[in-house]
Design a protein around this ligand. Structure first.
Ligand code: ADP
Length: 212
């Protein structure tokens, strides 16, 4: 089963995905795939240069992320073009990763994708989990994590699909407003519910080590 994990910025996706990993799930990160597809000399990088010019590259031929980020900031057309170039390549690489992990015996694959709905990746997964936090908690955690002002944090949050829309499209919700331990308990309960509870071998082990 492939479970997409998404949620707003600083909602706690990394925390939730780390918990899944610690409970035995295989993890694929869309952000990591996005970095891989734009490696030097890649076809995606060529298309970026065709669209945005050689300024999109550093002198060594690697992607000039800052230039590109500034170029698409406040330019929806440019952003849409960049997404049209990158999203299909990410989707293709994700599909290959899923197939490889499945071949190697992974039963639960967690796909961490911040733009899961925006990129239409919800169609590529079997179910979607949305990590939720109340707006004031999200704002405070984002400011603390990235060391940014309230205004800058609000801007980043406003640039995303609103949380209620994500929640409405979710198969599962994890409320990350409490302690990390409370979140861990929710994730463990969900895994159990999805049929990925403690593995039989671990249960056997527990029985064997129990006193007669
Ligand atoms: P995302 O991956 O969704 O952007 P993170 O997992 O990085 O979000 O969490 C955002 C910030 O909030 C991080 O600094 C993280 O340490 C903190 N954080 C996440 N969950 C909790 C929690 N349950 N309690 C306290 N702090 C948290």
């Amino acid at each position: 089963m492939i479970l997409g994990v998404t949620g707003g910025i600083a909602s706690g996706k990394s925390l939730v995905v780390d918990i899944f990993r610690s409970l035995g799930a295989a993890v694929v990160s869309a952000d990591q795939l996005a970095r891989r597809i734009v490696q030097r000399g890649s076809p995606v990088l060529e298309k970026i240069v065709e669209r945005f010019g050689v300024e999109a590259l550093h002198a060594d031929g690697s992607l000039h992320r800052k230039f590109l980020a500034e170029r698409i900031f406040n330019d929806d057309g440019a952003r849409a073009d960049l997404n049209r170039i990158t999203h299909p390549a990410i989707a293709e690489l994700a599909a290959r990763e899923f197939a490889e992990l499945t071949r190697r015996g992974a039963r639960l694959i967690v796909y961490e994708a911040p733009l899961l709905f925006e990129a239409g990746v919800d169609r590529q997964v079997d179910a979607v989990l949305v990590v939720t936090v109340p707006p004031e908690v999200q704002l405070a955690r984002l400011m603390a994590r990235d060391g940014i002002s309230c205004e800058a944090a609000r801007q980043r949050i406003a640039a995303q699909l609103p949380q209620p829309e994500k929640m409405a499209r979710a198969d599962y919700l994890v409320d990350n407003s409490g302690t990390p331990e409370e979140t861990r308990r929710q994730v463990a309960a969900l895994m159990e519910q999805m049929g990925f509870g403690p593995s039989p071998s671990r249960r056997d082990g527990a029985e064997r080590s129990a006193p007669d």
